[in-house]
Write a protein that binds this ligand. Structure first.
Ligand code: SF4
Ligand code: SF4
Length: 396
């Protein structure tokens, strides 16, 4: 295993992301397989484990708590997240945090994150009524959180906004980063922004939920020796400000493959890096918007056309992608693609000759097929609250 320094810690480059654990037929977590994976991870030098309150409907925290308690607390770093990104009627950081400590059977978290600070959740995180960030800063003072950070799927403006307000308090940031999202979700720009803010980066979705684990034979031949997933992991490992690469492994074989990549780590050559970026372009099937904004001044509805095209491209790559869904659903109705009146004023201004009205129409048709973020959150919150209350009653 190879390691990166973070303050006085030495973190394994590969971290175990616990959101896609192996499942039984009834969709509960397969503990036996997870047990094997955690032991393999610990025996091969992985020391970073990343869970979150909603993962596997709350089972992820319970499972990792049960499995890691067999190890000396000093030998692993455990991270979890506060679910402020889930739309709810009200927020109670204290109740959730105390529940998380119990579920994970620990007295403190090494790393604690505000889960997905984004366009849809930033107001919740900053809302003084809920006392979210001050509460976690207090927990840090009390030693129950060793390092406080945040994860995000936000666009660049929202990320900058949050950093302006709370950048000084955030010790690390977790972003989606891989050779497609290097351009598709502005991974490169996000890395630059965070580096300038002096915030080290943790990466999630380095293999984009497994989507980058299948490449054409001809592409693979050009890339040379290595498993398909290894190229995606090595891509993320090329960037010095990226300290931890979290892979959401779902099987023992994936664990072995990923550990092997970091036990025999070889940086990518320039040729391999360029090849991966070329593959990413092919995968994106993107509308070639350069973001010049010549179109936006002409739009009578004031639509953020380049950002809507980004969302369109993202949906094309990953039809059920929740990141574009969250972005689109957070827009006020008069700024959604459905507000486009089809006047065509944008089209004549576009140097790339993009048929913007057609894109807006297609995107409007996609909208009802996207996951309904608010409904999903409501359902998840109700289930999580029911389980939390049950745990409280059981422990009385
Ligand atoms: S066609 Fe739609 S996006 Fe283009 S300028 Fe008219 S309202 Fe705006
Ligand atoms: S004018 Fe064309 S290329 Fe420029 S931002 Fe608008 S859609 Fe994109």
């Amino acid at each position: 295993m190879i390691y990166n320094d973070f303050k006085d810690l030495s973190l394994s480059r590969l971290g175990f992301g616990l959101m896609r654990l192996p499942l039984n037929e009834d969709k509960t977590v397969n503990k036996e397989e997870t047990f094997k994976m955690v032991d393999f991870a610990m025996n091969h030098g992985i020391n970073y484990f990343d869970t979150a309150y909603p993962y596997h409907d709350g089972e992820s925290e319970l499972t990792i708590g049960e499995l890691l308690k067999r190890y000396d607390r000093e030998t692993f770093y455990l991270a979890t997240k506060y679910p402020g990104h889930q739309t709810a009627e009200s927020y109670d950081p204290k109740a959730i945090f105390e529940d998380q400590l119990k579920k994970c059977q620990v007295d403190y978290f090494d790393f604690y994150l505000l889960h997905n600070v984004c366009e849809k959740s930033i107001d919740t995180y900053l809302d003084e009524r809920w006392n979210i960030i001050p509460y976690f800063l207090e927990m840090k003072k009390q030693g129950k959180i060793k390092h406080l950070g945040f994860s995000t799927h936000a666009g660049l403006e929202c990320l900058k906004d949050f950093l302006n307000k709370y950048g000084d308090e955030m010790e690390f940031c977790q972003i989606q980063f891989n050779y497609i999202d290097y351009t598709l979700q502005y991974g490169k720009e996000k890395l630059d922004i965070l580096e300038k803010a002096g915030i080290p980066v943790w990466v999630m979705e380095p293999i984009r939920g497994g989507k980058l684990a299948a490449l054409d034979d001809s592409d693979l031949k050009e890339l040379g020796e290595g498993s398909v997933a290894s190229f995606a992991l090595r891509f993320a490992a090329q960037f010095p400000n990226i300290k931890v690469i979290l892979s959401g492994m779902s099987s023992f074989d994936q664990m072995v493959d990923n550990v092997t990549t970091f036990e025999n780590y070889e940086p990518l050559t320039d040729k391999q890096m360029n090849k991966l970026l070329e593959i990413a372009e092919k995968m994106k099937e993107s509308v070639p918007c350069t973001g010049c904004r010549y179109c936006t001044g002409n739009c009578p509805m004031g639509l953020e056309i380049p950002k809507l095209i980004d969302a369109y491209n993202d949906i094309k790559v990953n039809k059920s992608g929740f990141t574009p869904a969250m972005y689109l659903q957070a827009l006020p109705d008069d700024k959604k693609p459905t507000a486009c009146v089809g006047c065509g004023a944008c089209k004549s201004a576009c140097p790339q000759n993009i048929d913007i009205p057609s894109i807006m129409k297609e995107l409007s048709e996609f909208m009802p097929t996207l996951p309904d973020w608010d409904a999903i959150c409501k359902e998840r919150n109700a289930k999580a609250e029911e389980k939390r209350l049950k745990r409280m009653n059981d422990s009385v």
